[in-house]
Design a protein around this ligand. Structure first.
Ligand SMILES: NC(=O)C1=CN([C@@H]2O[C@H](COP(=O)(O)OP(=O)(O)OC[C@H]3O[C@@H](n4cnc5c(N)ncnc54)[C@H](O)[C@@H]3O)[C@@H](O)[C@H]2O)C=CC1
Ligand SMILES: Nc1nc(O)c(N)c(N[C@@H]2O[C@H](COP(=O)(O)O)[C@@H](O)[C@H]2O)n1
Length: 226
């Protein structure tokens, strides 16, 4: 099944953490990197996060720059790309910022095990795509997003979804901004958590670019496979 071009953009500390052990969002990127992230958002057809990120950060995932929003409107697009949540059990709060802020489509990916009454509530606010029995079948869901016209998908984490996407061979490129912070803590989320690889199953990448930005470094990777 055809799928979108998929890339992950993430900001991590020098020790690979993407938030604190309390799962509190940390400002890792500086202003220049946030602008770069905004440009990536504006150039995508959809932005996707896991339910863990929605519960922890309550992000809006909107395009912030008025100029970029104007350019999207002039191109005949919605002001914001579609916002997608991977949410097997339909736990997305109906008052999440993703619903309250900005124009544009919302898509919730749920599994067959999601409670029917909550799915019905979410359907009033978003398109709901059902795949997988207990948890979302990510390859099938990516195929359905492509069928819904999404050709370029930006994934913004978190750690568990990043593993799900990468381990299923669903990620083409990865952009990681490594900031000048050490967060520490063995339970603090890292860029990729989940089950992890075994020695013969490690995921390989090719370095496309490395650029110093303010006090950090932006690394661009192409995922080449196992
Ligand atoms: N610094 C950064 O760039 C970012 C940091 N974060 C941080 O990441 C943390 C959240 O990460 P996590 O707790 O790992 O949550 P997550 O955002 O990765 O969501 C994980 C959830 O996605 C759902 N899911 C459904 N089907 C799945 C599948 N097939 N594979 C994988 N996941 C599936 C599961 O319910 C799972 O618990 C927060 O602390 C947040 O602040 C999040 C995004 C960006
Ligand atoms: N690129 C980047 N740098 C950081 O330092 C960050 N903390 C994040 N966090 C991501 O941005 C989301 C919030 O987006 P809104 O401002 O609500 O639109 C947050 O959930 C993380 O995905 N990213």
């Amino acid at each position: 099944m055809e799928r979108p071009f998929i890339f992950i953009n993430s900001a991590m500390s020098a020790d690979g953490k993407i938030s604190t052990k309390e799962r509190k969002q940390v400002r890792i990127s500086g202003n220049i990197d946030f602008k770069r992230m905004d440009q990536l958002r504006a150039g995508a057809d959809a932005i996707m996060v896991g339910i863990g990120t929605v519960m922890a950060d309550d992000p809006s995932l909107t395009v912030k720059s008025p100029e970029l929003k104007k350019q999207r409107l002039e191109a005949g697009l919605d002001e914001n790309p579609a916002r997608v949540i991977v949410d097997s059990k339909a736990r997305t709060p109906v008052d999440a910022d993703i619903f309250k802020k900005g124009e544009g489509k919302r898509i919730i990916l749920v599994s067959e095990s999601a409670p029917h009454d909550k799915v019905a509530e979410l359907k009033k606010k978003a398109d709901v795509i059902i795949t997988g029995k207990e948890s979302v079948d990510l390859p099938a869901a990516m195929g359905q997003l492509r069928e819904n016209g999404i050709k370029r998908l930006m994934v913004e984490g978190g750690a568990t979804l990043n593993w799900g996407m990468i381990s299923n061979g669903l990620v083409d490129e990865i952009y990681t901004f490594v900031g000048n912070l050490i967060i520490g803590g063995k339970t603090a989320p890292t860029f990729v958590d989940g089950e992890g690889s075994t020695e013969d199953n490690i995921i390989k990448m090719e370095l496309l670019d490395a650029e110093k930005i303010e006090e950090g470094i932006l690394l661009k990777w192409k995922v080449t496979g196992k």
